[in-house]
Design a protein around this ligand. Sequence first.
Ligand code: TGC
Ligand code: FAD
Length: 392
Amino acid sequence: MASDLFESPDYYGVDDLLSEEHKLVRAATRDWVKKEVSPIIEDYAQRAAFPTQLIKGLADVGAFGPYIPAEYGGAGLDQISYGLMMQEIERGDSGVRSTCSVQSSLVMFPIYAYGSEEQKQKFLPKLASGEFLGSFGLTEPNFGSNPSGMITNFKDMGDHYLLNGAKMWISNAPFADVAVVWAKNEEGRIHGIIVERGMEGFTTPETHNKWSLRASATGELVFDNVKVPKENLLPGRSGLGAPLSCLDSARYGIAWGAVGAAMDCYDTALRYAKERIQFDRPIAGFQLQQKKLAEMITEITKAQLMVWRLGTLKNEGKASTAQISMAKRNSVEIALKIAREARQMLGGMGITGDYSIMRHMMNLESVVTYEGTHDIHLLITGMDVTGIPAFK
Ligand code: TGC
Ligand code: FAD
């Protein structure tokens, strides 16, 4: 890939809404992405390889558990800092951001929010330092948008639980040391259970042939009579609301992250358009190209303001599931549209790995699907404004 010349667009002076700490966190993450992610990521994506060497650096910049208190190894930052980190990391690659979303919001968050003190002490510091990589198993082959139908289950065997079933499409699975798995007990109630690599009957086959998120490892979690110690059950919350509350946190990070991918595509297209000469003038001088750029910066500006406001609500403990859902849907939708338009602006060069745009575009096809599809998020907003669920 060409060298990383990224300059962040800020058309409405959103920077003025950030504290000095926010700006420092963003600058540190951006510098790290420019130095460690941009030079290698295209090669890893082309080879569909997971860049494990980034794990330590992600931990060092605080991207594993940014808002988890320092006593458990987290960075103890606020929600806007968390959002800015996800923005900068996804500016580099959605797959690298995925690794952080899963680790922070889908593994560390449920252990922090619903785990016992022993579970927190045992797992959180190692997850924060990157010594452990985690995954989150909710989706099953026959239950994606409708996780309440899951069939993965566990039985109480007296001194342990016996876990059976399978999860599919699980980020980090092939490399994960621990998995927070959602399964039904004998009464059909959903619980979170921590499964550790090495437990007999637990396997994590990798999912191949993805055209999207190629630098993120995806796999299955398969449980064949896995004996799980009773102390690995998350005691603090049960029911579908438990995993859905984790999704709130991860969707919030994605809402910021996708803006980062959009900013990278816009910045690349703007620079290219000013330099690329056709018909004896820069293509940036043609009205049709200016329309594309004008629409991109407008949508990026609206999304930047939306996620900033969502961050302030989240800091105050007031962000609702529906508000987070709207921001996740909007950011990913505008990012995908911007990636497609930006790719066209680069002509033939846009389809190559010399530029980041095509990789972002393909990655965003996963981002628009996971953590609730675009359509499911439309239905969440629809339910919120009408009071009538239209899922079933
Ligand atoms: P519904 O009846 O609406 O709710 C069931 C119970 O949960 C409560 N609840 C919540 N609680 C806390 N936080 C939330 N956000 C909550 N949303 C709902 C709700 O009050 C209810 O409680 P109770 O006490 O009445 O039982 O559930 P439903 O079955 O009708 O489903 C609603 C729907 C469709 C919105 C939900 O299932 C959904 O969001 N589906 C999408 C599935 C999804 O997003 N899967 C993501 C899997 S993880 C992933 O993709 C990771 S990718 C990570 C990466 O690589 O970055
Ligand atoms: P389906 O639910 O089968 O949906 C198919 C289509 O039907 C979609 O367009 C959907 O919008 C539509 N649809 C479904 N229900 C309705 C309805 N009621 N009304 C209208 N339209 C509807 N899951 C995890 O648990 N952990 C992970 O770490 C994880 N990582 C992932 C990584 C990648 C790369 C991908 C692609 C997925 C990942 N997922 C993960 C799974 C992801 O959350 C699901 O793919 C997603 O929730 C959609 O489920 P599905 O693929 O089964 O699609």
